[in-house]
Design a protein around this ligand. Structure first.
Ligand code: IYR
Length: 229
């Protein structure tokens, strides 16, 4: 039976491990992931670029709707571009904090101590600016461009960002999930095509020596996992 345009299928490679090894890995991963914190105070200490590239390769392995991989990870280390991003982000954030955000939003954020100052956008050695591709662009044989519908874009890019953040943490790097609002300026500064919309701005680096984080907790399993046996 042949299906039009179908991929050839191959045997799944699946590593079988003992239950002891599964438990060991579960505990190791959980211990490491429990230690992940969003960091807002970065050191300017350089990060080997190969580490960030490895993490982005991992993100690019994420599952996506129809395997369309509707993401672009722009890697920024150029100080002048980081500066432009900081200036534009702070202008938007200042407006948001002082005028746009309703009282209940400001109240929800107050315990975290955030404000419109975004020094980390210049201090962190790398910014990964994640774009979602709302549609693809294919070239037709006559050389013109055709829009290709993408499916489950938000979900796919969200999953890829989860992979990215976990990979960076696993390799000993700190991240901040930053969403300056609105973020249209990122597409302009980074010269992205019209099918790409900013999704997440991820400063990457080492925490500053004196970095502090709010003493928050996460919901226990019982609260997030109702069981249906
Ligand atoms: N984008 C703003 C506000 C902000 C919003 C939420 I929801 C947060 O969890 C944290 C901050 C900022 O980055 O400050």
């Amino acid at each position: 039976m042949s299906r039009k345009g179908a991929y050839p299928f191959k045997r799944l490679e699946f590593e079988r491990i003992t239950e002891d090894e599964q438990r060991r890995r579960a505990a190791e991963f959980e211990t490491r992931m429990k230690a992940r914190r969003t960091v807002r105070h970065f050191s300017s200490r350089a990060v080997p670029r190969e580490l960030v590239e490895a993490a982005i390769r991992v993100a690019g392995r994420a599952p996506s709707g129809a395997n369309q991989q509707p993401w672009t990870f722009v890697l920024v280390s150029n100080p002048e571009i980081k500066r432009q991003i900081r200036i534009a982000a702070e202008a938007e954030e200042k407006e948001s904090y002082e005028r746009r955000m309703p009282g209940d939003w400001l109240e929800a954020l107050a315990p975290l101590g955030t404000d419109w100052h975004k020094e980390f956008l210049e201090t962190a050695p790398y910014l990964i600016v994640v774009f979602r591709q709302d549609y693809g662009v294919a070239r037709t044989p006559d050389g013109s461009e055709r829009k290709v519908k993408h499916y489950y874009v938000q979900e796919s890019v969200g999953i890829a960002c989860g992979f990215l953040i976990a990979a960076l943490h696993w390799m000993g790097l700190a991240t901040l999930t930053h969403t300056p609002s609105p973020m249209g300026f990122l597409a302009k500064i980074l010269n992205r095509p019209p099918n790409e919309k900013p999704y997440l701005l991820l400063p990457v680096g080492y925490p500053a020596d004196n970095a502090e984080v709010p003493d928050i907790s996460k919901h226990p399993l019982e609260k997030i996992m109702p069981v249906v046996d």
